[in-house]
Design a protein around this ligand. Sequence first.
Ligand code: AMP
Ligand code: MN
Ligand code: ZN
Length: 841
Amino acid sequence: MAASSSSAATAKQSDHSSPSEETEEESEFCPGFKDVDAFVKHGLGAVVSATKASAALPAAGDEFDLYRSFPAFQQFCASQGDRLLHCMTQIMQHHGCRSHMRDRNRLTGLEDRFDLVVDSNDAILEKVGILLDEASGVSRTQQPVMPAGYQPPKIVVSSWNRRVSFSGGERRDETFHLLHAKNIQRPQLKFKEKVDNSNTPFVSKIFIKPNAVKPLPSYSKLLPNERPEDLDVPAALADFIHQQRTQEHVDDMFSHPYQYELDHLVMPESLKCKPDVQMYKPLAESTCQFIYTLDDLVALNEKLAKVSEFAVDLEHHSYRSFLGITCLMQISTREEDFIIDTLELRSEMYILNETFTDPAIVKVFHGADSDIEWLQKDFGLYVVSMFDTHHAARCLNLGRNSLDHLLKVYCSVNSDKRYQLADWRIRPLPDQMLKYAQADTHYLLYVYDRVRADLYDMGNGQPTLIQQVWDKSRDLSLKKYVKPIFTEDSYMELYRKQKKSFNTQQLAAFRLLYAWRDKLGREEDESTGYILPNHMMMKIAEELPKEPQGIIACCNPTPPLVRQQINELHQLIKQARETPLLKVCTILFGPHDTSRSSESDFLDLSSFETPTKPGVLFSEEEDESVNQEGKSLHGLIASAKISLFAVGHLKRNSEKPVCVSLWFSMFRCIRMYCKYLPSKDIHISKNAKYDPSSKIYEIHNRWKLQSIAQQQKEAQEKQQAKEQAKKAQEERKKAKLSYQESLQNVHTVRQQVAEAKQAGQKRERAASDAGEESIKPKMKVSKTESETSKKAQDSQFDPNRQAHGPKQKKKGQKKNAVGGRSMSYVPAKSDRGFRHNWPKR
Ligand code: AMP
Ligand code: MN
Ligand code: ZN
């Protein structure tokens, strides 16, 4: 940065002198530059020199440590560091971002500062993206910028790229220029299977499972009418079996299709010894086949089936789509490179599962976290037998773990990651982008050899470290794609991230805008960042503009859909303004607090409340001790909820594995409670809704139907249970009364005996002889009398209750309550009211 600012300054000065002399009277774009191109050219040049300069700095680890032992170097670093932080703070402040980068006294760790930079970058890049859109055709004054539904292909998305030429693996820089990706047709329009943006959990797209050890479960058995087991077993048992099976199927629906295979995966023997390193071919001499037909894809798959390893990478686009689109897949074998047009072959990509899940073929990725998710999301592809060179780099402590660093270390190739963020939807792909994509996998098998050799050496001639990387990679393959789910609480996470303090009206506006943006994003298949960038949403919520024009003023440049829906937005802000005004919305940590775990964002805890209620039924209107049992049960459930979400609090630094386990728990919850989710929460994308071929459509409808039937059934069940409870209580009251009555009877008998005794004593005193003998038989009589009377009274009791004394009875009830409680989840899922089929005891 320091280098960039100084070089920028000098470049600017030199630039300044020449053009101004030539065109003195002409108006300049800005001081020193005659037009935008000149300015941009200079800007890009400055950025490139800055990047180069920073790359030339001594690397963290050995080099840096050596330099740091010199005080002069230390001093220089400190002063330059301060300068840098100052620059960054100024830039951040200029863009209205929060900045306390230089404040060393604050208790802000490196991580927090890094978050600050990332947030600011996001805000600035969002602005840049929108400005570029505007500059390249999406004019602010254009009338209907975006028609309802999908836009025509005239929408222009800009993408700037640098022209680079590769020669023999070495890169030569040429001039810089802006590459406008004009006339990009929305690829979604051509997809055979429409994108499913519905607010429902992701269901795997896989329908054929090659290399299966455990066959793919059939989801069709989920149909509620199918219940073959009730033919030859008692109804209650049939229900129970059906329940178990249904649950298994729902489990299957959300489980990883290759879970079993991955759980039982063993590392191939060939990885256990030191590899022979096989040199890559020079990039320029390698053939790269562009694959965009099914025939070619099939041929590629056959080729891949014959090799023992190949490298894979993906390019993805996420700005003009809600869930993102995988645009390209690069594959390299030892001999050849391939680039697959995954926009064209999206629906056919699944055939690659044959090689991708073949445990005998190692798939080499670099940083596969996202790739694994994208493969599932877009193609239903899974990976069995993966080696991630990113994890190898981490294990080797290479300092930096990026692919460019590995290429530099092992291949002496200066790769240029500039195209990483290019718009990969562009077709036909410019040569430079194709070359870039090819380079992403071209060297990877060689890197794979080299890192394995290093891991082997580092492990003192043992494959332990290779095994470690293998295990990490296997865990990565087990990752499941999780669709972003909108809940009533989702907005709070973003709100907390912004660390602003909103009053109730502002927060209400923020909540409404967030929901509007999510809904529209799903419907129009646009990213939320495209619909309304975060910083603009914050600004509107903060300012609560009274007029539509005020909303427009908060967004510079105005996103097309904001302009189009300005009246709706105006109404939302109006609604927010009607919220009672309280000063500051303090955020308290509690079960609803999601500030530390983004995953918790996806489920609304309030929707969990309903199903806990049936448990209360059994303790309702009971005596105090039972009530306490009920309460403690509630406490239990509440704490379970918190602990589920608290996982994120505990393990913030390892969010990804947490994500997997958390989502596993969540899916269990979704599975249990999806029927309770209020239907208003589910808005489904138009496409998915009307496309009956979509799996989610089918499932969603089934759930929806079930949930209505379920609600009615449940209401009935509740009513019945309540009535039963009432009846039982009345019976108990009756029994209590008659018992008391009988006790009174017993009392009178005793009294009689006592009276008789007294009379006897009197008589005794009178007769003076044989007193005891005469009383004893009378006592016996009274005892038998009391027994018979108690038996008579007992016969009025419920036989269920008879067996227990008062203490036992309590225990029995507790057992019932617990049983009823835990069971209440299960029958609640059954649409056949199965709770009542169970024998009463
Ligand atoms: P790569 O594995 O480096 O080829 O990156 C694959 C895809 O990840 C790219 O096509 C981008 O969509 C996305 N990507 C990579 N790096 C970034 C980044 N720094 N920010 C946002 N997206 C990125
Ligand atoms: Mn990648
Ligand atoms: Zn890539």
